[in-house]
Design a protein around this ligand. Structure first.
Ligand code: HSE
Length: 310
C-alpha cells in the first residue's frame, strides 16, 4: 500500500479541573490527512486546505509533518512521504486543532508502515508536534485524539496515559466564538504557583470527576466540572463567560467550561436534547456580545483517530 487517509477528532483538554492531565475526544469535527509514500527520503507537505493559508507549509514546522518525522526517526527509516492536510478544525480555537493534524498524520504513517507502534506509543510523537505548535508538549489533546474517550495523563515523566472506562451516554456541546486565541498566549498568562486552598479544591474536583465518569454519576460529574486554576484568568478573554455557564446549566447541561485554552466553550449533557438546547442558548449569549459562533453537538468519541476508506 502506498497511500492512506486518516481522520483524527477534535478534543476537549482540561475538562475544567484536569489542567494538562485530562481530555476527551468528540465524534466530529476533526482533521484529515492523506499520506503517500515517496521513492526518496523527502517529507513534504504537498497541500493544506481549510486553514486560510495560515499554517506553515514546511514539514518540520507543521504538526502533521513533525509527528511523521518523529515517528520515522524513531523507526530509523529513511522513508519519504507526501502529506496532504485537510483542516476542518478552526485554528486557535481550543478544540485541539494542532493535535488532530499531528494525530491523523501519525495514525496514517503507522498504518502504512504495518502498525509497529501501539496507540499509546504514538502519544510521545504527537506531543513533539504539540511542542512545535505552542511551545509546550502537553498530552491532554493528543492522547484522547489517539485513544478516544476520556484519557488521564497521570504523569509526564515517565509518560503514563490511562483511558477511563465511562458511560457512552455523554454528549458534548462545543460553541466556538469567532475569536482566535493562541495556546501559547493563553498559557503565558497563567500563575506559576498556586495557593494551597486552590490545590485542595482542584484535587477534590478531579477525583470527583473521575468517580463520576466511571460510576457513572451524572450529578457528581456536574458538581466536579469546576476549575480554580486556569478559568479565573482565561475567562477574561471570553466575553460574557459567566452568563454562558448560567444559560448552559439552565438548558440542562451537567456543567461547562473553557475547552482547552479557549475560546471554545464545552458543555457535557446526559442526552442530545440538552446538548442541542445548550448550544443554542450559548450561541444567543455570544450574540449579545456581537460574536458569531459555530455550534457542534457530538457524542463523546470512544475509538479515537481512524483510517478512512479509499
Ligand atoms: N492543557 C492545555 C492548556 C491545552 O490548557 O493550555 C491546550 O489546548
Amino acid at each position: 500500500m502506498k497511500s492512506i487517509r486518516a481522520f483524527a477528532p477534535a478534543t476537549v483538554a482540561n475538562v475544567c479541573c484536569g489542567f494538562d492531565i485530562l481530555g476527551f475526544a468528540v465524534d466530529a469535527p476533526g482533521d484529515e490527512v492523506k499520506l503517500t509514500l515517496r521513492d526518496d527520503a523527502l517529507i513534504k507537505i504537498t497541500s493544506i486546505t481549510g486553514d486560510g493559508g495560515k499554517l506553515p507549509r514546511e514539514a518540520d514546522r507543521n504538526t502533521a509533518g513533525v509527528a511523521v518525522i518523529s515517528f520515522l526517526k524513531s523507526l530509523g527509516k529513511e522513508q519519504g512521504v507526501d502529506i496532504e492536510l485537510i483542516k476542518n478544525l478552526p485554528l486557535g480555537s481550543g478544540m485541539g486543532s494542532s493535535a488532530a493534524s499531528g494525530v491523523a498524520g501519525l495514525v496514517a504513517i503507522n498504518h502504512l508502515m504495518g502498525n509497529p507502534f501501539t496507540r499509546e506509543q504514538l502519544v510521545a510523537h504527537a506531543m513533539e508536534a504539540e511542542r512545535i505548535a505552542c511551545g509546550s508538549a502537553h498530552a491532554d489533546n493528543v492522547a484522547p485524539s489517539l485513544l478516544g474517550g476520556f484519557v488521564l495523563v497521570r504523569d509526564y515523566q515517565p509518560l503514563d496515559v490511562v483511558k477511563i472506562s465511562t458511560t457512552e451516554k455523554l454528549y458534548c456541546t462545543l460553541v466556538h466564538p469567532h475569536l482566535e486565541l493562541k495556546t501559547e498566549d493563553s498559557r503565558r498568562v497563567l500563575r506559576q504557583s498556586l495557593a494551597l486552598k486552590d490545590v485542595i479544591t482542584q484535587s477534590g474536583n478531579i477525583a470527583g470527576l473521575m468517580i463520576g465518569l466511571t460510576k457513572p454519576d451524572y450529578a457528581l460529574i456536574g458538581r466536579s466540572l469546576k476549575d480554580v486554576i486556569a478559568e479565573p484568568i482565561r475567562s477574561a478573554f471570553i466575553p460574557g463567560f459567566n452568563n454562558l455557564r448560567k444559560v448552559a446549566i439552565e438548558s440542562g447541561a451537567l456543567g461547562c467550561g473553557i475547552s482547552g485554552s479557549g475560546p471554545t466553550i464545552f458543555a457535557l449533557s446526559e442526552n442530545e436534547a440538552h446538548a442541542v438546547a445548550t448550544g443554542n442558548a450559548m450561541q444567543q449569549e455570544f450574540l449579545k456580545h456581537k460574536l458569531q459562533s459555530d455550534v457542534y453537538v457530538s457524542k463523546v468519541n470512544q475509538e479515537g483517530a481512524r483510517i478512512l476508506p479509499d
